[in-house]
Design a protein around this ligand. Structure first.
Ligand SMILES: NC(=O)c1ccc[n+]([C@@H]2O[C@H](COP(=O)([O-])OP(=O)(O)OC[C@H]3O[C@@H](n4cnc5c(N)ncnc54)[C@H](O)[C@@H]3O)[C@@H](O)[C@H]2O)c1
Length: 324
């Protein structure tokens, strides 16, 4: 197909399984991987992208500066679901399709959201650390069984969490901009307003994209509405929560705790959140399982192959790019 350069900055791309890299190389592409212990900044990526015909990006900052520097770019293949780290308008203006990998990691993220809920309810990490350092005190927990679970965003991951909640006989209230009557029956959930989900949830879990509209959706007003015993779980995007308001809510006991896989700045700049006893933080591991990274790698690679072949990409998140 031609000797195209594929730059891979997604750190776990093809990590366990060489098939995704092999398939790119079999098409005659030169694959360059860039490793590191964190996603790349715009300035770092702008230097690397100059010769790339395709970019397979993780949570790296793919902003207008990067897109401008990538003069040869023909496709940006986002390895993952969220595209909030990609300047879609800038890509569209340059005629570059941006794809993602839906349907590859929702079970992994749903597992983690459920695991975080159980871990926070019983304060498992704190107790484990206590025992590890010679202690034997106990922490009073709360049950998950038959509690009310509030889900904001009833897409693939939200549905995965609801499926798991059925096994714990939970009452599940959901809010989504799209009402789906069939889903109410299929998953045994009830669609209500966003405010109602927030007010009634014992556990509130977020599964929506971070957009200008949803940024800081959970701020001081929402913490005031929540039950004092409520636990907030966020495996979606850090930008959905006003972190300053969260710190205040935890300190003033407006809510009982939080479990976060994602933060507004990753790794966190603000130590305050890390120092709160009843806030659990994981390092954006939602989609980081063997199953998910293998599936994401293959789909991200397939998107690149189709993109470099000039095909109209079904998974383009900026389909308006094809109107030009
Ligand atoms: N922690 C991780 O590693 C990880 C991995 C994958 C995805 N994610 C995040 O999880 C998010 C959800 O992923 P998904 O696969 O379920 O996506 P999805 O597109 O299947 O579902 C998102 C749902 O949110 C709804 N929605 C959008 N805006 C809304 C709003 N303002 N109010 C209510 N509902 C709204 C949509 O209608 C849709 O049903 C992604 O956008 C991504 O940011 C995180």
């Amino acid at each position: 197909m031609g000797n195209f350069n594929v730059l891979v900055t997604a750190r776990s791309f093809g990590k366990n399984d060489s098939r995704a890299v092999n398939i790119l190389e079999q098409h005659g592409f030169t694959v360059t991987r860039v490793g590191g212990d964190r996603p790349l900044t715009s300035a770092e990526l702008a230097l690397l992208v100059v010769e790339a015909d395709a970019l397979i990006a993780g949570n790296d900052q793919v902003d207008a500066e990067v897109i401008e520097a990538g003069k040869k770019l023909k496709i940006i293949s986002r390895y993952g679901v969220g595209v909030d780290n990609v300047d879609l308008a800038a890509a569209t203006a340059k005629g570059i399709p941006v794809t993602n990998t839906p349907g590859t990691n929702e079970q992994s993220v749903a597992d983690l959201a459920f695991g975080l809920m159980l871990a926070a309810a019983r304060q498992i990490p704190t107790v484990v650390e206590h025992v590890r350092t010679g202690g034997w005190d106990r922490r009073l927990g709360t049950e998950v069984w038959r509690k009310t679970l509030g889900i904001i965003g009833f897409g693939k991951i939200g549905r995965g969490v609801a499926h798991r909640a059925a096994g714990f006989d939970m009452r599940v209230l959901v809010h989504d901009v799209c009402y789906d009557a069939n889903a109410e029956n299929d998953f045994g959930v009830t669609f209500v307003s966003r405010e109602e989900v927030i007010r009634q949830a014992d556990f509130l879990t977020l599964h929506i994209p971070c957009t200008p509209e949803t940024r800081n959706m959970i701020c001081a007003a929402q913490f005031e509405m929540m039950k004092p015993g409520a636990i907030l779980i966020n495996t979606a995007r850090g930008g959905l929560i006003d972190e300053k308001a969260l710190i205040d809510a935890i300190r003033s006991k407006s809510i009982a705790g939080a479990a976060l896989d994602v933060l507004d700045h990753e790794p966190p700049k603000n130590r305050e959140l890390l120092e709160l006893d009843n806030v659990l933080i994981t390092s954006h591991i939602g989609g980081y399982t063997t199953e998910a990274i293998n599936a994401m790698s293959m789909l991200a690679a397939e998107n690149v192959i189709q993109g470099l072949a000039g095909s109209c990409l079904e998974l383009a998140v900026n389909p308006e790019v094809y109107r030009f």
